[in-house]
Structure formats: C-alpha cells, structure tokens
Design a protein around this ligand. Structure first.
Ligand SMILES: *[C@@H]1O[C@H](CO)[C@@H](O)[C@H](O)[C@H]1NC(C)=O
Ligand SMILES: *[C@@H]1O[C@H](CO)[C@@H](O)[C@H](O)[C@H]1NC(C)=O
Ligand SMILES: *[C@@H]1O[C@H](CO)[C@@H](O)[C@H](O)[C@H]1NC(C)=O
Ligand SMILES: *[C@@H]1O[C@H](CO)[C@@H](O)[C@H](O)[C@H]1NC(C)=O
Ligand SMILES: *[C@@H]1O[C@H](CO)[C@@H](O)[C@H](O)[C@H]1NC(C)=O
Ligand SMILES: *[C@@H]1O[C@H](CO)[C@@H](O)[C@H](O)[C@H]1NC(C)=O
Ligand SMILES: *[C@@H]1O[C@H](CO)[C@@H](O)[C@H](O)[C@H]1NC(C)=O
Ligand SMILES: *[C@@H]1O[C@H](CO)[C@@H](O)[C@H](O)[C@H]1NC(C)=O
Length: 602
C-alpha cells in the first residue's frame, strides 16, 4: 500500500525519450525495419518501441519490444528468443506472401510470425499497449488481427494481455522466464493457467507444478490474498466455452506496471520515481512449495513443524513425521462410511488456500445447498465450496479424491470477512457431533462463570482498558452492559478455540485487546501473537514467552507451555478486571499485597 500512496501522491514521472530520428510507426512491404540502419518502430503514444538489441554478447542480436520512456532498458517481448542473429544484419520485413519475417544476412529466416492467413495489404503496427500486430491495412478490429505478439508472450505480463487459453484454436498464452539475464531463450519456469474445471494459475518448473495461486474467487486468488485489485490495477478472469484467461488493467493509466517471470520467481513491478519498485513476488514462503505437506496436510507458517494435519486427520506416518515424510500426508482419524448418508457431514473450514483443482468440477449456476447435496451423493466428492464469494457467494466447485496443497492463509480483520472463502470437507457425522457437544459444554460453563461472578462495570469506546480506567464512564456502564461485554468476549474466545476449524490460541488476551463498537459489542483484536493449533493438538510449547504480565497463566509465563487453558486464564483476569473496574497489575491492597488475582483468591 505504501507504494500506491506514494505513487498517487507523486505529481509527475520523469520521462526520458529515446526515440531515434529513424523511428517509423508502421512497417509495410516497402518499409522494412533494419538493424544496420538503426530503424525502430514506435507506438503512436511513444510508450513502446520495437527494435534490435543485445542483452549480453554484442554479436547476438534480438528483435524485441521495450519501454520507450524508461531509461533502464526493460525488454517486455522478444521475437527470435531462441535464435539470435549474428551481427547487425537483421531485417524485419513483410514478405511477398504477406507474412512477417525476420531475415538475417544471407536472407535466411531467423524468426517468423505464425499467421495462418495470407494478407493482401498487410501492415505491422506497434499498439500503445505494447502489442505488435500484423493486420490488413483497413482492418482495425482486434478479432481479425492476422497475428499479434500478445498471443506469444515472453517473460512479461503487460496490462491488457491475456494469460490463458483460446479454446477455439488451442492457443496457450504462458509467460516463460529467460534462461539468464543475457539469454532470452526459454528457461525452466513458466506461469500460466491449468485448464481444470476450476481453473487456476500454476507456476511450473519444466513440466512439474512448482507453485499454485489457487483458484480465483471473484476477489482474490484463494492462496494469494495479495493478488487482487489495488488502487493501481485490477484483475479480470474470463472462463467460457471459447476462452479461459486472466488479465489485468491499469486503473490509473499514467502509471506503468508489469509482471515478470524471472529465473527464480514471479514478480510485479511499478515504475516509481525513476526506478522499478518491486512490490510482490511469488512463491513467498516455504508453504508455497507445491504439495509440501501431502494429502490433507495443512501448511502453517510459524508452526513447528510447518506441516500439520487438517482437523479430523492424523499423520500417515506419525512416528516419522519429519520433512521427508510430510509428502505422505495425513489420513482420517475416523474412516468414512460412504453408503450411509446419515453418517456423513461436512466441516466448514475458513482461511485456507483451496486445494489443488486437478480433479475438480464446477457449475457456476448452482448454489451452495445444491452443491452440498450433489457432493454428498457422490462418494468420491471430498469437498465443495462456492466458486465466487461476491454478493453472498455463488457457484459450485467440487473436489474429487484426496485434497492436496492446502495451506493456512493469513487474512486478518476486515480482509477475512471480505476475501475469505469457506471450504466444506466431507467428514464422518460422528466427528462433527462430538465437536458440537464439546462446544456447548464450554459455552455453558463460561456463561455460568460470568453469571456467578456477577457482571462488572466498565464502559469503553475504544477498548475495555480505557473504559476501565475512566471512572466516570465506569459508573455509566451498568451491570447488564458489562454482562453483555463478558458474554461477547466469551463467545469470541469460544469461536477461536472451538468453533473455527482452526484452533486459535490468542496468547495475549487483555483489556486493551478488546475493542468495543458504538453499541458496546466487544471484539477480540490483535492476533499478532496468536498460534494456530492443528488436528488434535491441544497444547504447544515455546522458548519465547510473549504476552502481557498480569494476564499470563503461570505455566505459560514460567514454562512457556500454552494452550486454550492459558487463554481462559487471561479471560479470568479480564473478568475480574471488568467486575472490579481495576487493573490486575497496579492493584494493591495493603493487607494482602499481590495483585487483583491474588486479592480475589484470598
Ligand atoms: C495517476 O497517477 C499520476 C502519477 O502518480 C498522478 O499524478 C495522477 O493524479 C493519478 N491520477 C489519478 C486519477 O489518480
Ligand atoms: C558471426 O559473425 C562474425 C563476423 O561477422 C564471424 O566472425 C563469426 O564466426 C560469426 N559467428 C557465428 C556463430 O556464425
Ligand atoms: C546463413 O547464416 C546463418 C548464420 O548467420 C548460418 O547458420 C547459415 O548456415 C547460413 N545459410 C546459408 C545458406 O549460407
Ligand atoms: C503456428 O501455428 C500452428 C497452427 O496454428 C501451430 O500448430 C504451431 O504450433 C504454431 N507454431 C508456433 C511456433 O507457434
Ligand atoms: C478494471 O479497470 C478497468 C479500467 O479502469 C475497467 O474498465 C474494468 O471494468 C475493471 N474491471 C473489473 C473487473 O473491475
Ligand atoms: C529474480 O528476481 C529476484 C528478485 O528481484 C532477484 O533477486 C534475482 O536475482 C532474479 N533472478 C535473476 C536470475 O535475475
Ligand atoms: C448446473 O446447475 C444448474 C442449476 O442446478 C442446472 O440447471 C444445470 O443443468 C447444471 N449444469 C450442468 C452442466 O450440470
Ligand atoms: C462422482 O463424480 C465423479 C467425478 O466427476 C464421476 O466420475 C462419477 O461418475 C460420480 N459418481 C456418481 C455416482 O455420480
């Protein structure tokens, strides 16, 4: 976001123009582009230029397109990327058959545009978008171009350029890295769409999947919340019987942005104050490694080990659950019985990257309930979800067979509401019932404790602590309001511990981390120290004790052992504070010293 703010504020970009005197704006049969004469072809607005260049060895000449106004030569497309011309003999011409060809010294063809139709009055033009097109002189309709460079990407994704498939012709548009910074021939890594029923972008290393973005949910790629519309550009995704592609558009067209597949990663850049500023790269961490944790394994950055099992599953090889074994994945704790539909339910997971869609099925007009029924009725359907999260959710995606390449994604605050997507995983009904009962018992206990203790007086507009401190407000806060606040916090905590599919231990629950809205509804905030528990895990251990003294459970403060119980301890302290209107630490009673907790227990 910094970059965007910065760019939107900066009043102007320094523009340098490198248009040589020998610049033409069209190439025709009588007007070729010649390296030895130094001719170049510029777009009408002067933004892009087509010419010859050498990225390394000066004898190796390539025909390419780069930004005209950017002093650091940034090549966005290369014609003869596999086949350099030796020396400056290269000439780009439209030949007698109306084909666009690049000839070298002895008039052999070094590269040619792969147009299928012959042109009668052909002309070549570099459009303002950076797209080099071959077309009939009088034909400006883009559907009828005879050939265009945007159909044959090199390593760079420009605004308006499709990455994906034309299903009518079988044409795939995929970014491919250069082999090295001085060799534009195709390298190992590529970026394109896998044509599954539920399409997604996949980065490949050779033929192997290397990283997936997860499918597009209308707002983000489910595994990469950062890949979404920004104030600078937006995404569009089109999937119909003719085409499947992603495209991005600049919203502020005076800004320059490009994405590039380099030899190690996918990156997005913005031209800011005379520099290319990188503001996104993928893959970004260990969990982005394709299928690191195997079937039903859930990759969680910050956990040790990073591979955990989805709740209801356990490691396939628990004795050797180490990096070499993770890829074996997890198996169900309780076997599924397929035939008896009463024994099947679906667990709702939230905050996950959607699983690999290789074995998926999609119907865009079905709703979630229809989706559930259809999935329920097919024993191989292991999960379902909406395809689009906008407007309350629509469409149906189903997964068959084992679910792989799942990870936790970090969505916080408002993002979680607006960008997150629920995934429903098939589970034995018995597991679900157990969960629900546990939840109810805890809720009853918590509410009972709150009632027994009575309810406190504490008003707040920003956080519970502020309101606790302010004695005037404290008087305003009646018991019923305090009761509501306590119940709200209890409900929030219960959600974190039991209701959400991930067991989340907050680890720093305290008055200042409870926010109140105008109606005095509490919200637990600041998850900076929270830990996520996977599977059946109930406690964890850390060498680095973080949290706030006064709220920390003894076993956590002393031994670093934390669990839902340590949150409950903090909740208890908070409860006392809300009831008494006093801070735990800072409370001092002459006769029994200690703190608020000590006081109450005496
Ligand atoms: C677009 O970006 C330029 C350069 O940063 C800025 O001067 C201009 O105000 C922006 N236009 C809009 C509509 O935001
Ligand atoms: C390239 O051209 C130079 C001089 O024109 C010549 O010496 C060299 O052998 C050529 N290299 C190749 C690989 O053809
Ligand atoms: C034409 O030149 C290229 C390289 O410059 C060379 O590989 C090729 O053999 C030459 N062809 C003929 C027919 O001379
Ligand atoms: C050229 O087009 C034909 C037919 O559309 C296709 O089969 C072939 O692979 C293309 N060649 C290149 C180099 O793109
Ligand atoms: C993206 O932005 C462009 C340019 O502002 C606009 O024409 C287009 O409708 C937007 N697309 C989406 C999907 O928001
Ligand atoms: C790819 O980009 C990264 C980040 O900008 C950079 O560190 C790396 O050197 C690049 N790789 C190559 C081979 O240029
Ligand atoms: C998709 O779902 C709609 C609504 O349930 C249904 O009418 C249609 O036949 C389905 N299409 C396919 C291909 O199953
Ligand atoms: C279940 O789904 C799979 C995959 O789409 C399909 O091949 C199979 O026929 C379906 N089975 C039933 C009973 O519908």
């Amino acid at each position: 976001m910094d970059i965007f703010a910065f760019v939107l504020l900066s009043s102007n970009l320094l523009l340098f123009s490198f248009v040589s005197s020998d610049t033409v704006d069209i190439i025709t049969q009588s007007q070729p582009l010649s390296d030895s004469k130094g001719t170049t072809l510029a777009s009408k607005d002067g933004g892009f230029v087509l010419g010859f260049f050498s990225p390394g060895n000066p004898n190796n000449r390539y025909l390419g397109i780069w930004y005209n106004n950017i002093p650091i030569r940034t090549v966005v497309w290369v014609a003869n990327r596999r086949n350099p011309i030796n020396g400056s003999s290269g000439v780009l011409v439209v030949n007698n058959n109306g084909k666009l060809v690049l000839l070298n010294q002895n008039s052999t063809v070094a590269w040619s545009a792969n147009s299928t139709k012959e042109a009668r009055n052909p002309m070549v033009q570099l459009l303002d978008s950076g797209n080099l097109v071959l077309r009939e002189e009088n034909e400006e309709n883009s559907e009828n171009y005879l050939w265009q460079s945007f159909d044959y990407p090199s390593d760079t994704w420009l605004p308006g350029m499709k990455v994906g498939w034309d299903l009518r012709t079988g044409l795939e548009r995929r970014l491919t890295a250069w082999k090295s910074p001085d060799d534009p021939s195709p390298g190992e890594l590529s970026w394109g769409i896998e044509l599954h029923d539920y399409p997604e972008i996949v980065m490949k290393k050779g033929y192997d999947e290397f990283f997936r973005t997860g499918p597009w949910n209308g707002r983000i790629f489910s595994g990469v919340p950062e890949l979404r519309a920004t104030p600078v550009y937006n995404f569009s995704f089109v999937s119909n019987k003719d085409e499947v592609y992603f495209m991005f558009h600049m919203i502020n067209t005076s800004l320059i942005s490009r994405a590039v597949m380099n030899q190690t990663q996918y990156e997005r850049y913005l031209w800011v104050n005379g520099k290319w500023k990188q503001y996104l790269y993928l893959p970004k961490d260990n969990c982005d490694n394709y299928n690191l944790c195997g079937a039903y394994g859930n990759c969680i950055i910050g956990e040790s080990p990073v591979c955990q099992c989805v709740q209801g599953f356990k490691p396939k090889s628990p004795d050797t659950w180490n990096p070499d074994e993770w890829s074996k994945g997890c198996i169900r704790s309780t076997q599924l019985s397929c035939q008896d539909k009463d024994k099947i339910g679906f667990d709702k997971l939230f905050g996950y990257k959607l699983p690999d869609t290789t074995h998926s099925w999609v119907n865009l007009s079905m709703n979630l309930e229809e989706c559930r029924v259809k999935c329920m009725n097919n024993c191989t359907c292991m999960a379902y979800s909406n395809t689009d999260i906008r407007d309350g959710g629509s469409g149906c995606a189903m997964w068959f067979g084992d679910l792989i390449d799942i990870r936790q994604i970090a969505l916080t605050g408002q993002d979680a509401n607006s960008l997150g997507q629920d995934l429903y995983i098939r589970m034995p009904a018995s597991e679900k019932v157990k969960d629900k009962q546990k939840m109810k018992v805890i809720l009853v206990v918590v509410v009972a404790i709150a009632v027994v203790l009575g309810v406190l007086s504490i008003p707040y507009c920003i956080c519970v602590r502020t309101n606790l401190r302010d004695q005037t407000r404290a008087k305003v806060l009646g018991w019923s309001m305090r009761f509501n606040i306590i119940c709200g916090i209890a409900r929030g905590l219960l959600y974190l511990h039991e209701d959400s599919r991930l067991r989340i231990v907050h680890r720093d629950l305290k008055a200042s981390n409870v926010l109140l809205d105008s109606k005095m509804n509490p919200k637990i905030s600041d998850f900076g120290m929270a830990r996520i528990f996977g599977g059946d895990q109930t406690e964890g251990n850390t060498n680095r004790v973080v949290g706030t003294y006064g709220y920390m459970a003894p076993e956590y403060a002393i031994d670093g052992l934390f669990s839902v119980k340590s949150d409950v301890f903090s909740f208890g302290v908070l409860l006392l504070e809300i009831l008494s209107g006093k801070k735990n630490r800072g409370f001092f009673h002459p006769s029994n010293g200690l703190n608020l907790v000590g006081h109450e227990s005496l």
